[in-house]
Design a protein around this ligand. Structure first.
Ligand SMILES: Nc1ncnc2c1ncn2[C@@H]1O[C@H](COP(=O)(O)OP(=O)(O)OP(=O)(O)O)[C@@H](O)[C@H]1O
Length: 583
C-alpha cells in the first residue's frame, strides 16, 4: 500500500477520536513549552543569584520551578492518558470491525484464508496498530515539539554552540533513513512467520487425534520446530537491525551533549559564556537526547503499525460476494410455500476445472420429501449449499416459490431454510443453547420437542445436567451420532418451510434413522425436505429421488420407477442390497 494511503487509513482510524487526540497533542505542546521555559528560569535564577545571593530568592525560584515541573508532569500524564486511550479505543474498534466483516464473508473466503492467519491479524496486527496510534503518535508529536520549540531558544542563546552540538544530527537522520526500509521488510517477515506458526498450532490442535493415529507426532514436532526456527530467525534479524540502529542513534545524541560540555566549559573559562546560558544549553541538549534516542523505537513502532495496517486492510478490502442486491425482495417466512426450481443450475468452485453442478434442472413441489443420492463427490453437498446461498450462485438459476434466490433478502431466504450440514458442528455451550441456536429465546418445551423428534431426548435425560450439559471444549464430548442428532434437533426447532439434511443420519443406526424419518414425515407435512443420503433404504421412502453423477442429474423419479430403469440408481440399489445382506 502506498504511503499516502496508509496515512489516510491512519487518519480514518483517528478521526472518530480527534478530540482526545487533539487534547493529548495540546497537552504535549504544553509539556514542551514548559520544558523550554523552565531552563530559562534556571538561567535567570543562576544569573541573578550569582550577583545578589539571598535565601528568599533561592526559595522563590525553587517553589516556582517545582510548581512548573509538577504542572509539566501532570500535563505529561494527561497526554499519555488521552493518546494511549485513543490507541485502546482504536484497538477495540478494529477488532469489532474485523469480526463483523468476517461474519459477512462467504464460506469460500475461509477455505482460502486460514483461521491461524486471521486470528494473528485480529490479535497481533491490531496490537501493532494500537502501538502506532498510541505510542508512535505520542512519541512523534513529542519529538516534533521538542525540536521546534527548543531549537529557536537554543539558537538565540548561542547559535554557534547550538549548531556545533547539532552537527551529529544529519548523520542520525541519514542512519534512520537508511535503516527504515530494511526495518519495515523485516517487520513484515516477522508478522508472516507469526501467522504461519499460529496456523500450524491451530491445525495441529484440531487434528490431534489424526496426528496420534498416524503416529505423526515427531513429524509435526519437526514441522513446528521449522516454523518456530523461521520465526526466531526473523525476530533475531529484526533485533540485530534494531540493536545496531538504536545504540548508534543514542550514541550520536550523547555526542551532542559532550560537544556542549566541551565547548561550553572552554567558553566559560574564556569569559565569553555566562554560566546560566551554559546550564540552559546543557539542559536543552539533554532534553533533546531522550526523544532522539527514542526515535529508533518510535520508527519501529510506526513501521510495525504500517505493516499491520496493510495486513488488516487486506481483510477489509475483500467485499462480500454474497449479499443483498439493492432491489432485494422481502419474503416473510409465513408466506413461503417451499417450491424449489432449478433452471440450468451450474456452479464451478473457484480454481476448479470442472463444474461441481452441471446444468441441473428440476422442480420440487411444496411439502415434497426429496432424496438426493449419488456417488462420493457427485455434487450433493454443493447443491445443498447452493439453496441457502452459501455459494455464490449466478442469478436466474435457482428459485424458491418462483423467486430467484439471489433476489430474495438473504436473511429471509436463510430464515426459510433449516439446514443440517454434513459436519454436525456444535458450539461450546449447553445442549439447550445448541438446540435453540436458530431461535435463542425458544422455551424449554420447544427444545424438548425438537430433541424428541431428533431421537436425542432419552440420552440428554441421562446426562446429569440434562439440557444444561455443556458440550465441546470444556464439557461432555458427544458421540458422532449424538452430535448429529443434536444438530438435527437444532434444525427441527426452527419452523422453517424448507429442511435440508446433508447426510445428517450417517452416524446413527438404521432403526434410529427410520424413527427420525418417520418423525420427520409426520411432523413436516408442509415442509419441503431435501435429504442427501448414502443410505438407499432411507432414500426409498422419499416422494422423489434425484440421482447425481459427476455434477449432472442422471435420473429423477420415485424409487419404484427408478429400480425399473437401467441406470445408476439400480446399480446403487443392488450394491445396497448386497451390503444389507452382508451386515
Ligand atoms: N471448496 C471446494 N473447492 C473446490 N472444489 C470443491 C470444494 N468443495 C467440493 N469441491 C468439489 O466439488 C465436487 C462436488 O463435491 P460435493 O461435496 O458437492 O460432493 P458430494 O456429492 O456431496 O460428496 P460426498 O458424498 O462425499 O459428500 C467434488 O469434485 C469436490 O472435489
Amino acid at each position: 500500500m502506498a504511503q499516502s494511503r496508509r496515512l489516510a487509513k491512519l487518519g480514518s482510524y483517528l478521526r472518530p477520536h480527534w478530540q482526545e487526540t487533539a487534547l493529548g497533542i495540546i497537552a504535549l505542546l504544553s509539556v514542551n513549552g514548559l520544558g523550554v521555559y523552565i531552563p530559562l528560569l534556571i538561567r535567570s535564577g543562576v544569573d541573578t543569584l550569582s550577583t545578589t545571593f539571598s535565601l528568599d530568592q533561592v526559595l522563590r525560584y525553587v517553589i516556582i520551578i517545582i510548581s512548573l515541573s509538577s504542572a509539566m508532569w501532570m500535563m505529561r500524564m494527561a497526554s499519555r492518558i488521552w493518546i494511549f486511550g485513543v490507541g485502546r479505543q482504536v484497538e477495540f474498534e478494529l477488532k469489532q470491525r474485523i469480526f463483523q466483516h468476517l461474519l459477512k464473508l462467504e464460506p469460500a473466503y475461509f477455505a482460502s484464508n486460514t483461521p491461524g492467519d486471521l486470528i494473528s491479524r485480529a490479535t497481533s496486527d491490531v496490537e501493532n496498530v494500537r502501538r502506532l496510534v498510541g505510542f508512535a503518535v505520542l512519541s512523534l508529536a513529542n519529538t516534533f515539539f521538542a525540536y521546534t520549540l527548543t531549537l529557536p531558544v537554543m539558537l538565540s542563546i548561542s547559535a554557534d554552540l547550538t549548531l556545533a552540538s547539532l552537527a551529529v544530527y544529519p548523520f542520525m537522520f541519514l542512519l534512520v533513513h537508511l535503516f527504515s526500509n530494511r526495518l519495515r521488510q523485516q517487520q513484515a517477515a516477522v508478522q508472516e512467520q507469526l501467522s504461519d506458526m499460529s496456523q500450524l498450532i491451530q491445525e495441529d490442535i484440531s487434528g490431534i487425534s489424526l496426528i496420534k493415529i498416524y503416529a505423526q507426532e515427531e513429524n509435526e514436532r519437526r514441522a513446528f520446530q521449522k516454523k518456530n526456527q523461521a520465526l526466531l530467525t526473523a525476530n533475531l534479524t529484526l533485533a540485530q537491525t534494531r540493536n545496531t540502529l538504536f545504540p548508534l542513534i543514542g550514541g550520536l545524541a550523547n555526542i551532542s551533549s559532550l560537544i556542549i560540555i566541551w565547548l561550553g566549559t572552554m567558553r566559560i573559562s574564556a569569559g565569553t559564556l555566562a554560566v546560566g546560558d551554559f546550564l540552559a544549553l546543557l539542559i536543552y541538549v539533554e532534553r533533546l537526547v531522550f526523544p532522539t534516542a527514542l526515535l529508533g523505537f518510535t520508527i519501529t513502532a510506526y513501521q510495525r503499525g504500517e505493516v499491520s495496517i496493510d495486513r488488516l486492510e487486506s481483510i477489509f478490502s475483500v467485499t462480500p460476494k454474497i449479499q443483498d442486491p439493492h432491489d432485494a425482495i422481502n419474503l416473510p417466512i409465513s408466506t413461503v410455500k417451499g417450491e424449489i426450481t432449478a433452471k440450468n443450475l451450474c456452479y464451478t468452485y473457484p480454481g476448479a476445472n470442472t463444474p461441481a453442478l452441471d446444468n441441473l434442472n428440476f422442480s420440487i413441489s411444496p411439502g415434497e420429501v426429496v432424496a438426493i443420492v449419488g456417488a462420493i463427490g457427485s455434487g450433493k453437498s454443493t447443491l445443498a449449499n447452493a439453496l441457502p446461498r452459501l455459494l455464490d450462485i449466478a442469478p436466474g438459476q435457482l428459485f424458491l416459490d418462483g423467486l430467484d434466490i439471489t433476489k430474495i433478502v438473504l436473511n429471509d431466504l436463510r430464515g426459510a431454510i433449516a439446514y443440517v450440514p454434513q459436519d454436525s458442528f456444535l458450539f461450546s455451550t449447553t445442549i439447550k443453547n445448541n438446540i435453540r441456536y436458530g431461535d435463542p429465546v425458544s422455551d424449554q418445551e420447544n427444545v424438548e420437542t425438537a430433541a424428541r423428534l431428533a431421537q436425542i431426548e432419552s440420552e440428554v435425560d441421562n446426562f446429569p445436567q440434562k439440557y444444561e450439559t455443556i458440550v465441546g471444549e470444556r464439557g461432555i464430548t458427544l458421540s458422532g451420532g449424538q452430535r448429529q442428532r443434536t444438530a438435527l434437533a437444532r434444525a427441527m426447532l426452527i419452523d422453517a418451510p424448507v429442511l435440508i439434511l446433508d447426510d445428517a443420519l450417517s452416524s446413527v443406526d438404521n432403526q434410529t434413522a427410520t424413527q427420525i424419518l418417520n418423525n420427520l414425515s409426520g411432523g413436516t407435512q408442509q415442509k419441503t425436505v431435501l435429504f442427501i443420503t448414502h443410505q438407499l433404504s432411507a432414500a426409498a421412502t422419499a416422494d422423489k429421488i434425484i440421482v447425481l453423477n459427476q455434477g449432472k442429474i442422471v435420473q429423477i423419479g420415485k424409487h419404484t420407477e427408478l429400480i425399473e430403469q437401467q441406470g445408476l440408481y439400480r446399480k446403487l440399489w443392488s450394491q445396497h442390497q448386497v451390503e444389507e445382506l452382508l451386515s
